[in-house]
Design a protein around this ligand. Structure first.
Ligand SMILES: [Zn+2]
Length: 270
């Protein structure tokens, strides 16, 4: 064969292998997908990557189902961990951070169409308002879910809610007592509104997820599960002492291969 052609093929293969980690060993455990918003980003936005197109979301859910993953609600995952029900062979949690209005308007219809379960981490003081914790010069404020939309999502039987604090602060940068208030008060307020236990907590920006004092606070507040933004799949069985759950960030520009490698290898990129 022409040596230039062989060289070209080798270079292309090397580039492919640098972009996509198909060569990484397969891992098993709990796959937690991390979404934020569905649809098209408002302009101007520096966070375009967090807006996943609805058609891509539908394709990703179909891929999950076809691949044998079982998307669970937090309460179902808790029951399976406790042995009250069988742990699916390939358990998954679909999560949305923040609780913006598109979660009900765009995601819920697709979840209903496919009968897929998901979980939303709410910023409690943002419900019925906007993402007012953002600097509007950097990121336009987004409409949040209101309590009616939250109730509608719950009534579908396909969505459960966790806490993403009261005001979306950088927890590790707060005085401890203020961070503790964010963790405890959001659970109390959500449980009063939902009349159901709130089992899960997600650290805004992932901040504090590996701080032992903050984790102890999350645990003593009564949460069973806490979620970081560290990339990866979490081995099962899991105990709180093992550390917060890792997640798989889904980006707007992800290809089908990225999504597939995230689920099988815990990451798609170097
Ligand atoms: Zn967030």
């Amino acid at each position: 064969m022409n040596p230039f052609l062989i060289g070209g093929i080798a270079a292309a293969a090397a580039a492919f292998s640098a972009r996509w980690n198909w060569w990484r060993a397969k891992v098993s455990g709990l796959a937690v997908l991390m979404y934020h918003h569905l649809g098209d980003p408002p302009r101007p936005s520096r966070h375009d990557k967090l807006w996943v197109r609805e058609a891509d979301f539908r394709r990703q859910l179909k891929f999950l189902l076809a691949g044998g993953w079982t998307p669970l609600l937090f309460s179902e995952f808790a029951a399976a961990l406790d042995g009250g029900s069988a742990m699916p062979e390939k358990p998954a949690l679909i999560t949305f951070d923040d609780g913006t209005a598109d979660n009900a308007e765009a995601a819920l219809p697709i979840l209903e169409e496919l009968g897929v379960k998901a979980n939303v981490f709410l910023v409690v003081e943002g419900v019925g308002k906007s993402t007012h914790w953002e600097d509007p010069a950097k990121k336009p404020w987004l409409r949040m879910l209101d309590w009616d939309a939250v109730a509608r999502m719950r009534a579908s039987g396909l969505v459960e809610f966790g806490s993403h604090t009261m005001r979306h602060p950088d927890l590790a940068a707060l005085p401890f007592k203020d961070a503790a208030w964010e963790i405890q008060e959001s659970k109390r307020r959500l449980e009063a509104r939902l009349a159901a236990p709130v089992l899960a907590f997600a650290y805004p920006f992932g901040s504090g997820a590996f701080d032992p004092a903050l984790r102890a606070c999350v645990r003593s507040a009564g949460y069973r599960f806490d979620f970081s933004v560290r990339q990866g799949i979490t081995p099962l069985p899991w105990r709180f002492e093992d550390g917060p759950f890792k997640r798989l960030l889904v980006r707007r520009d992800d290809k089908a291969l990225d999504f597939s490698l995230n689920l099988s290898r815990g990451r798609a990129r170097l």
